[in-house]
Design a protein around this ligand. Sequence first.
Ligand code: GLC
Length: 387
Amino acid sequence: MISAVFLTHTAAPSGAELATLRLLTALARDGRVRASVLLTADGPLVALLEARDIPVTVWRNDFDSRSLTIAGSGPLRLLGGARDLMRLGRGLGAEVSAAGADVVVAQSTKALLMGAIAARRAGVPLVWQVHDRIAADYFGGPLAFGLRVLGWLAVRGVVANSRSTLRTLFTPGRRAVVAYPGLEPGRAVEREAQRAPDAVRIVMVGRLTPWKGQDVLLRALPLLRHRPAAVTLVGGAFFDEEEFGDRLRALAAELDVPVEFAGHVDDPTDHFAAADIAVHASVTPEPFGQVVVEAMRAGCAVIAADAGGPTEIVRDGRDGVLVTPGAPAALAAALDRLIADPALRARLAESGRARAADFGIEETARVVTGLLATVLRRDADSTAVPR
Ligand code: GLC
């Protein structure tokens, strides 16, 4: 049995953390990896883990992770934040040793920095489960470069949430796999057939943050020939981004488009089941895009931004439609085509449902278990070699 500590710096229930929650649940069911979670912040994730009997420890500390935000941190601030994270990592190393872990799995870039120190202290290998594309368009050039180099130096293995994410990393000499964040076997979804053009309901699910591109959908709405009956934005603002939600509300009012803001939910299935068309519109390439699979599984006709993870999920014109990211006119054209044609929507939705079944969490757990086993075997091998 492999004992793994999953390390993360946030307990917000955002996409990466919810994906990890499902992975840990599947690992526990499978039984080959005994996983626990080490968190450096308290929050809703803690109760979600506890409800699933996953051991979790919150490591109390006074580090303010906002001092290390990607946008607008000057080099000095970044260095200061990095120093704090490394200090935190030393304490965490003791915790990892006490837990008797064989391996540390870092869940974020901040966890990578802390984990590098913690794993070294505890004398165990570090694996980086990467949920973000480590690219200039997301982190800025210098930071992206630094993180790639750090990742390469510090880790023995990498788990990327898509091929697109993997392509942004340096991995020579490292074990690297793609483990798509799978879904759990879901309950059967009750839904209506695709509605007539004048009754179409549109939903968009995602954290309210500028790169998710909710504003692209809002700007597409006035361009439509066919006005939908309802548009719902599902998602909360985390990580101090509340201000973007206010901007979206102001934009909706200014464009005079009736949009309902439904807030955050842990499971968006019911929102998808109530909609005909689901829109994904991220303006920077989406690393994976769990909402795309969730929407397909719930029987929506999906329109997704043609970049990153969604291009590995959606076969354009078959399981959904891919559109140029950040272009309200392109999104409006796709929406008009789908709204006008319920038969097309039904076809896309049917094929999308079948495609969604390719993304199961058991497969994710199988790939992650394989990677951990390989990393540890290699570790065992290298200590077996006489020096
Ligand atoms: C992050 C990514 C998202 C992905 C999720 C799970 O939230 O932004 O694309 O689906 O992690 O790996």
